[in-house]
Write a protein that binds this ligand. Structure first.
Ligand code: HPA
Length: 247
C-alpha cells in the first residue's frame, strides 16, 4: 500500500476535500519543514498534506526548506509525493489554466541547499536523475486528469528559476531555446531531493500566466491568482479521482 503526500504550492495552501485526522509537527536534522504535516483522507485514501510556502503562504520559493520537507515526509513513511506547483507557460500549448505533468527538468536555481549528501559521508553519492520524475506516478496523474475531464499536457520540460522575481523576456527566450516548456520557482531542488530520499515524485503543474515576454501586458499577481483559482479547482478534482482509484 503506497503512502502518498501532496506538497501544495501557491493557490493550494489547503485542500477542502481533505478530512483531517491529525497534525504532526516534525523537527528534522535539516531544520523545520514549511508547516506541520496534515494527515487525513481524500476519497477514502490516506494522504499527508504539506503546504510548501507555509500554512499562511509566507515562505518564498528560495527560502523553502526543501530538505526538511522531504526528510519529514520520508521519515513518517511516505513513499510517493505529488508536488503541485504554479508555473508560467512558455511554449504554445502551455496556456494559462492548463495542467501539465512535466517529464524533464532544467535547473537554473542557485545557492539552495540542494542535496542531503553534503557532509559526514561514508562515500560520495551521485543519484541517477536521467528521468527526474517517477513514471508510474506521472501516469496516475495523467490518467486521473483524463478521467476527471480536466485533461492535461502529458509531458514537458520544467525550467526551475531562482525567484522570487519573475523572469525577464530574454531569460524566457533563452529558456525556450534551451527546451523549456514551463517555468516555475519550486521544482528544484524538490525533485532531486525526493530522488535522494528514494521517494516516487511527480509534479502536477498549473499554468498561471504566460511567461515574461509571451504576452503584451505585464504579469500581474491579480491575473496569476485569478487563473490559479480555476486551475487549483481542477487539481483538486484530479487528486480526488487519483486517490479514489488508490483505495
Ligand atoms: N515564472 C516563474 N514562476 C512562476 C511563474 C512565472 O512566470 N508563474 C507562476 N510561477
Amino acid at each position: 500500500m503506497t503512502k502518498l503526500a501532496i506538497i501544495g504550492g501557491t493557490g493550494l495552501n489547503k485542500i477542502p476535500d481533505l478530512e483531517i485526522t491529525h497534525r504532526e509537527v516534525c523537527h528534522t536534522p535539516f531544520g523545520e519543514p514549511s508547516a506541520a504535516l496534515t494527515h487525513g483522507r481524500i476519497a477514502g485514501s490516506d494522504v499527508v498534506f504539506l503546504p510548501r510556502h507555509g500554512a499562511t503562504h509566507t515562505i518564498p520559493p528560495h527560502r523553502v526548506n526543501y530538505r526538511a520537507n522531504l526528510w519529514a515526509l520520508h521519515h513518517i513513511g511516505v513513499d510517493s509525493v505529488i508536488g503541485v506547483a504554479a508555473v508560467g507557460g512558455i511554449t504554445s500549448e502551455m496556456a494559462p489554466g492548463r495542467i501539465v505533468i512535466p517529464d524533464q527538468i532544467i535547473d537554473y536555481t542557485f545557492g539552495r541547499d540542494h542535496t542531503i549528501y553534503e557532509k559526514d559521508l561514508q562515500h560520495v553519492t551521485h543519484i541517477d536523475f536521467t528521468y527526474p520524475y517517477c513514471q508510474q506516478l506521472r501516469q496516475r496523474l495523467i490518467d486521473a486528469a483524463n478521467s476527471s475531464g480536466v485533461g492535461c499536457v502529458d509531458a514537458g520540460t520544467y525550467g526551475a528559476t531562482q525567484g522570487p522575481r519573475l523572469e525577464t523576456a530574454a531569460e524566457v527566450t533563452r529558456m525556450e531555446r534551451d527546451g523549456c516548456d514551463i517555468v516555475g520557482m519550486t521544482g528544484m531542488p524538490e525533485a532531486a531531493l525526493a530522488r535522494e530520499f528514494e521517494l516516487c515524485y511527480a509534479s502536477c503543474a498549473v499554468v498561471a500566466n504566460w511567461g515574461a515576454g509571451k504576452q503584451e501586458a505585464t504579469i500581474s499577481m491579480k491575473d496569476i491568482e485569478k487563473n490559479l483559482i480555476l486551475g487549483m479547482e481542477h487539481v483538486r478534482k484530479l487528486l480526488t479521482i487519483l486517490l479514489r482509484e488508490t483505495v
